[in-house]
Design a protein around this ligand. Structure first.
Ligand SMILES: Cc1cc2nc3c(=O)[nH]c(=O)nc-3n(C[C@H](O)[C@H](O)[C@H](O)COP(=O)(O)O)c2cc1C
Length: 359
């Protein structure tokens, strides 16, 4: 009897299997508004136990990349509402990932009047894509004032409330992969000397205050968080003390009781290995649901569930390329390979045209 394909409870939901579709930015949201093409894409994948959407900005300031969706305007809420309805009609469950890009942004990608905010004035190394002018160097972000910190937390709260109004079963705070929340945690991007910088107690404060505020607004059963201990994406180097910093986060999150912690492991994508010991630490310190992700196939997913390493498995690229991934894995059928060239390009190609198994 497989664990992977059996039902399970998560917060207020019953999931029809233990397979979660990992959040994946796909840049199809023209004008930052969710649309019918996105509805088709998510509906095609509604047999996942839980879909976590692509990173979605809680604020105009958080829209770092071109064509990523938001959840701060009435049109965005309305657009998402159609999508959650379609997924729910098929018996699926759906969380919205709230991603504030912080310094991983460019003014050419931001709407008029928006600011590129970050804990400190430290530009990320390298370049980022803009629709207007192609690859551009990462600019130096604007340092957040105490008032900016408060207003950004308020934006997360409003976004979470909007997500519930749009029919989502909950939200995932994107505190991984070098975006705003992680920029506060890491010492290379947080040089602050106030209560939000310095010690880990201070560097974790923005994340923990955001978790607490969002939980107070929509309930702990509806709030998950994604973290990337030992992740290096977006110019976030390893440092001494990383393991103990993340242990502190695990302990503090355990007190706040979000419904899940979702750990990233990008070693299967060429990133440095994530030590098993940090996953064990989270398993030990956090009593809620633990989701592991990164490089899973069906066999390894089942093995990690059987071993009790986690409660759910999140899968990215295989879901991207296989709308009917659950069926394919369950029956041992061949899988489509993802086409990297169309990960972030507009239109249907490489998005809604991956074939499903013929019956
Ligand atoms: C096209 C693409 C877009 C992604 N966008 C996001 C994102 O918006 N938020 C996030 O937390 N992770 C994002 N990721 C990372 C995935 O959630 C996942 O961690 C990664 O693909 C590794 O899992 P896999 O080996 O199953 O693909 C993205 C990955 C891909 C391939």
């Amino acid at each position: 009897m497989s664990i992977l394909y059996s039902k399970t409870d998560l917060g207020l939901m019953t999931l029809r299997n233990h397979l979660v579709m990992a959040p994946m930015t796909r840049n199809r949201a023209t004008d930052n508004i969710p649309n019918d093409l996105m509805l088709t894409y998510y509906k095609q994948r509604s047999t996942a136990g839980l879909i976590i959407t692509e990173g979605t900005s809680p604020s105009p300031n958080g829209l770092g990349y071109p064509r990523i969706p938001g959840i701060f305007s009435p049109a965005q809420v309305e657009g998402w509402r159609h999508i959650t309805d379609a997924v729910h009609d098929d018996g699926g469950n759906m969380f919205l990932q709230l991603m504030h890009c912080g310094r991983i942004a460019h003014s050419l990608n931001l709407p008029a009047g928006a600011s590129m905010l970050a804990p400190s004035a430290v530009a990320a190394a390298g370049e980022m894509y803009t629709d207007a002018e192609g690859m551009m160097p990462h600019p130096v972000p604007q340092v957040m004032t105490g008032e900016d910190i408060k207003s950004t937390i308020r934006e997360f709260v409003q976004a979470a409330e909007n997500a519930v109004a749009a029919g989502f079963d909950g939200i995932e705070l994107h505190s991984a992969n070098g975006y705003l929340l992680e920029q506060f945690i890491r010492p290379n991007t947080n040089l602050r000397t106030d209560d939000y910088g310095g010690t880990i107690e201070n560097r974790a404060r923005f994340v923990l205050e955001t978790v607490e505020a969002v939980i107070n607004a929509i309930g702990k059963e509806k709030v998950g968080i994604r973290l990337s201990p030992f992740g290096v994406f977006n110019d976030m180097p390893l440092y001494d003390g990383m393991a103990s910093d993340y242990k502190y986060l695990a302990e503090q999150l355990n007190n706040l009781e979000p419904v899940y912690i979702h750990l990233v492991d990008h070693s299967g994508m060429g990133a440095p290995p994530v030590p098993d010991s940090i996953k064990v630490t989270f398993r030990r310190e956090f009593e809620g649901t633990l989701i592991l992700s990164g490089g899973y196939d069906a066999e390894r997913a089942e093995a990690d569930l059987v071993a009790g390493k986690c409660d759910l498995i999140a899968v990215g690229r295989p879901f991207l390329a296989n709308p009917d991934l659950v069926e394919r894995w369950k029956t041992g059928a061949n899988v489509n390979e993802p086409d990297m060239d169309t990960f972030y390009t507009p239109g249907t190609k490489g998005y809604t045209d991956y074939p499903i198994l013929e019956k």
